[in-house]
Design a protein around this ligand. Structure first.
Ligand code: NDP
Ligand code: 8X3
Length: 252
């Protein structure tokens, strides 16, 4: 059955790979991000390659008014969202709390926590009304453990862990599935963003071992959304084989 899938942060990395996977499987996609040109390009590529309908929506998840406008204005053939993938997120900087940059903190908290809440608040009422839907939150190993200099990012992903449970508890009486996918290191633009464009520092993160690839996460996201209606995966931690915990890697 064809579903309508909304993926936040589909201009790169895990969000892009999820978009590609769901397009390959013939689903309708609502894709979001802030980079307009890139989002349009992604939408056009997937439409052409996979012959599916794709609706690109440019907005910043940190802006609740923009989020609400985008969801409220969906045409009737797009408004029944079956799967919401809360993927948009980022880490900015690596620092102790005592030396931290408060602007970096605001960006992480506003995007990873408040952004996820704004989208969920806008999409969930429709799911509740239709008594069906699936919310997949992209958490992180950083939501299970805390590592040096990552306190604020880890706090935001612990919040995603808690919100996943909270949304599940609040919507269980309405037949809605809620899943968290919590990956370890995935090679995407994540580290380029964390190191504010410093590509050498970003590349060094993935040297000496094979990290996860965004397609690996997309396959798992697709799997959890394809299970029978009576089965929900609550929480899945996915790590590279060479990563045992947030900080323990086997590097050659
Ligand atoms: P990327 O940087 O490649 O992708 C991040 C996506 O989020 C982009 O599409 C970006 O789009 C979007 N985004 C960021 N900020 C905003 C915003 N304010 N409003 C709208 N969209 C936004 O990184 P990943 O694919 O790795 O990250 C995706 C998710 O996976 C994040 O939640 C991250 O925390 C999580 N994660 C990543 C891991 C990793 O090792 N890479 C491991 C575990 C979890 P645009 O810039 O166009 O707005
Ligand atoms: C991204 C994984 O461990 O680099 O969430 O923070 S980590």
């Amino acid at each position: 059955m064809q579903k309508t899938i909304l993926i936040t942060g589909a201009t790169s990395g895990i969000g892009y790979s999820c978009a590609e996977k769901f397009a390959q499987e013939g689903h309708k996609l609502i894709l979001t991000g802030r980079r307009n040109e890139r989002l349009k390009e992604v939408a056009e590529t997937l439409k052409e390659k996979h012959h599916v309908d794709v609706l690109p929506l440019v907005f910043d998840v940190r802006n609740s008014a923009e989020v609400n406008r985008a969801i409220e204005n969906l045409a009737s053939d797009w408004s029944e969202i079956d799967v919401l993938i809360n993927n948009a997120g980022l880490a900015v900087g690596l620092s102790t709390i005592q030396d931290g940059d408060t602007d970096d903190w605001e960006r992480m908290i506003d995007t990873n926590v408040k952004g996820l809440l704004y989208i969920s608040r806008a999409v969930l009422p429709g799911m509740v009304q239709r008594k069906k839907g699936h919310v997949v939150n992209i958490g992180s190993i950083a939501g299970k453990e805390v590592y040096p200099n990552g306190g604020v990012y880890c706090a935001t992903k612990h919040a995603v862990d808690a919100l996943t449970k909270g949304i599940r508890i609040d919507t269980v009486h309405h037949g809605i599935k809620v899943t968290q996918i919590a990956p370890g290191a995935v090679e995407t633009e994540f580290s380029i963003v964390r190191f504010k464009g410093d590509k050498d520092k970003a590349d060094a993160v993935y040297k000496g071992f094979e990290p996860l690839h965004p397609e690996n996460i997309a396959d798992v996201v697709y799997f959890v959304t394809s299970l029978p209606s009576n089965v929900n995966i609550n929480d899945l931690v996915i790590m590279p084989t060479a990563q045992a915990s947030a900080t323990v890697f086997h590097k050659e």
